[in-house]
Design a protein around this ligand. Structure first.
Ligand code: RI2
Length: 318
């Protein structure tokens, strides 16, 4: 898949999920570097910077995307010749893909330790990291049951239900608004994350914060499974994560909206769950209470490298 195709597919959500978006972006940079014909370092850098800008512009919220691009692109500025610049960038891109895949698997192993035999787990949207925990527990022979939400308007819950069903996990498929109704039957909620701020707030699929609130009310644990590259270094500087608002067509067709002249359809894709409602964040580097987000950013993402924070391209005001 070339750069433009990858960018288009991320934008239209044919490629979706915060981790997958990041891996595809790294692969697109790899391919773009391989296919290019730049003979000097300056034109190679320009070409790659344009590619990075295009990829970053595709979706604004999942911090995994700019974090991955940052990891691949940033050291370019220290290169002195085009050949090694290309080779090093391509190595970094593939190293990120490998690291990301291993992280999801490791999160499963760590997360399964927080699931007990007999647990009923509620999950929201379609998260590789959250599913990794659930599937690992199932593989270890635990007798678990899952409530999976539908996830209007894009219905990512269908993918989750199919994955769980194929793996033989007993699954209840529910509409998003039924989450509080069923919370009394749930032992544990596990979701993924698109971004985690320095104060431990979790940005994830719209509806997550309502579920966290219902879990809090029912004294049900709320866990978040997320690779360390979902933490947002820019939030240390007080920046906010931009919440994507997608087309109203995803909710009501233009024809239907035409019959409702006084109605505005709003379609925010993500919401923010404050740290108070999050019990634990499961990462590939171990588990952290949300209050330790600063430590994760500092130790795992090496935020104190001045280059990294001086020109972060990806955080905008809300
Ligand atoms: P993993 C998804 O976003 C969902 O919000 C999901 O919870 C999150 O990414 C993390 O997914 P979207 O692309 O990286 O469906 O754990 O909007 O797979």
């Amino acid at each position: 898949m070339n750069l433009e195709e990858t960018a288009r597919k991320i934008r239209t959500m044919e490629i979706r999920g915060a981790g997958r978006i990041a891996r595809h972006a790294a692969k697109a940079l790899y391919t773009h570097s391989m296919e290019g014909e730049s003979s000097d370092l300056a034109s190679y850098c320009q070409r790659m910077n344009e590619a990075a800008d295009l990829l970053i512009s595709t979706r604004p919220t999942a911090v995994s995307l700019p974090n991955a691009i940052n990891l691949v692109m940033k050291p370019l500025k220290y290169e002195t010749d085009v050949l090694s610049a290309r080779q090093n960038l391509e190595e970094r891109a593939m190293a990120f893909v490998k690291r990301s895949e291993e992280a999801v698997s490791r999160i499963g192993t760590i997360g399964a330790r927080h699931i007990r035999d007999g647990d009923v787990i509620l999950t929201h949207c379609n998260s590789e990291a959250a599913l990794s925990c659930i599937l690992k527990a199932h593989k270890q022979g635990m007798n678990i049951e899952v409530y999976a939400t539908e996830v209007r308007p894009r219905n990512q819950g269908h993918i989750t239900a199919k994955t769980l069903s194929d793996a033989g996990v007993r699954t209840n498929f529910i509409v998003d608004s039924a989450a509080r109704y069923f919370m009394k039957e749930v032992d544990l909620c596990i979701t993924g994350a698109d971004a985690i701020t320095v104060n431990g707030s979790v940005i994830n699929k719209i509806g997550t914060s309502q579920i966290a609130l219902a879990a809090h009310e029912a004294r049900v644990s709320f866990l978040v499974a997320a690779e360390t590259y979902k933490f947002a270094p820019c939030t240390i500087l007080g920046e906010r994560i931009l919440i994507e608002e997608r087309s109203p067509d995803e909710i009501l067709s233009p024809e239907m909206r035409g019959t409702l002249p006084n109605v505005t359809v709003r379609n925010p894709t993500f919401d923010i769950t404050p740290a108070d409602y999050v019990d634990l964040i499961i990462t590939e580097a171990g588990v952290y209470p949300p209050e330790m987000a600063y430590t994760v950013i500092r130790e795992q993402l090496h935020w104190d490298n001045e280059d990294m924070i001086s020109d972060l391209p990806y955080c905008e005001e809300e």
